[in-house]
Structures are given as C-alpha cells and as structure tokens.
Design a protein around this ligand. Sequence first.
Ligand code: SAM
Length: 252
Amino acid sequence: MTQWFEDDAFWSDYQTFIFQGGQLSDPVRDVDRSLRLAAPLPAGAAVLDLCCGPGRHTVELARRGYRVTGVDRTAAYLAEAERGAAAAGFAVELVREDMRTFRRPGAFDAAFNLYTSFGYFPDPADDRRVAENLFASLRFGGVLVMELMSREVLASGFRARDWSRLAGPGSPIVLEERRLSQDWAWIESDWTLLFPDGRTQTRTVSHRLYSGTELAALLRGVGFAPVTLHGGLDGRPYDHTAWRLVVVARKG
Ligand SMILES: C[S@@+](CC[C@H](N)C(=O)[O-])C[C@H]1O[C@@H](n2cnc3c(N)ncnc32)[C@H](O)[C@@H]1O
C-alpha cells in the first residue's frame, strides 16, 4: 500500500500549506541557527540535507559556501530545488532517493534533517535504518542536526482542531483535525482544503511522535555520541519552554 508520504501529488497539493510563511519556516534564520549548533564546520564542508524538499535549506547552505547534497523522494520538490539553485547561481547535488536507502559512507561533515522530516514509517525498524544511514554517511567527527515536532511539545499545547487561511486569491482555508494513538506514539491528522469555489480535498498524514529521550536513545543506539537535546534551533533547553525537538548528535 502506498503511504501518504510516497504520493508526489500529496506534496504538490499541500505544498503551500506545509511551507506557508511564518515563524516555523524561515530558512535563512533556520540555517543560521543549524550551523551554529553544528559548529565548528570547516569552510567548504560537505553537507547533507536529508529530505531537502523544495531546497529551502539546500540553497541557503550552498550560499554559505558548503558543498551541499540534497536528498528527497519527491520529484517535483527536487525540480524546484534545482531551479532555485540555478536561479541563485549555486551548484548543488540533488539525489532522488528514499531516506531508508540513501547511504554514502564517510561522505559528509554534517547532515541536516529539518522540519519534521523523520518518523514517517509505520515500522520503527525503518527509522532506525535511516539513523544508521545517517551515521554511516558522516565522516568521523561529523555532526547531525535534526529538528522535529515531538511528543512533549505537542502535549504541552495539544489542539484537536485548527484552521488557517492561506494567503492569495483562490487559496483555500485549511482545517486540521488531529488524533493521537492511545500511547501518544503516533499522530494522525486530516488536512481538509476548502477552496473558494466550493471544492474540498482531504488527506490524512501520520507520523511517529518521539519523546526527546526516545530519539536520543535511538541515535545513541546506532553509534552517535554525544547526543544533546534542545527545545528549538535557537539552542534553548529541551524543557517546558521547548517548541521543537532539536537533536545534535556527533559521530566521535
Ligand atoms: C515536511 S517536508 C520538509 C522538507 C525540507 N526539509 C524543508 O524543511 O523544506 C518533508 C520532506 O520529506 C520528503 N520525504 C518524505 N518521505 C521520504 C522518504 N521516504 N525518503 C526521502 N524523502 C522523503 C518529502 O518529499 C518532503 O520533501
């Protein structure tokens, strides 16, 4: 059965909603902060943007002089990343591959996995495989920065329903309805688009909700050490003030 994240049409249809402006999605600020957490990185370091999407961070990392490889499975997003890099005048490598299989031993000084691009797989062994791939793909001394929604952060302000209006003529209103599994391990969200002409479209997305300690244990289990947790890319503590789960995991 095709999973929601394997459907290119889903990523196109919901792109505006997923990446709409606002606090969550300023790529320049997030690259600044991610690089601060990953420091020190050598000038011109080889950097992996795993699940790079339309290349928001990929192009920004290239602008900072890094040799960037973006990996994603969604063809339209990679095409957009390609266009963005070309328009900005930077060469980036873009690879269409599933994160469960992408592995390039010892190739990268740093790896970034940003904006809740982890935890999609129903089988937890697949998440572990991704973590193993990331560990293998870093050189000794390399660093991984992950940023995602977590169980604690969601629990601290859980809303079962939300709505938002996307900017621009013809843009839809978006309704979100969220359901949790009884053990808080998994969240399912129905995203309904209500267009001004009366059309509606609903898709359900779901992913695993990691606690900070669970994700740290997963990463330590595949070899990362030290592993430190933060509550945002700004480096705040992972405590009651956290608004994202950010993990900085080093390979040696
Ligand atoms: C929430 S988006 C984030 C994209 C990017 N990191 C950003 O912040 O702009 C998640 C991305 O993961 C990609 N993705 C989903 N499942 C994947 C898989 N199994 N292998 C590789 N990429 C995947 C999607 O195509 C999408 O671009």
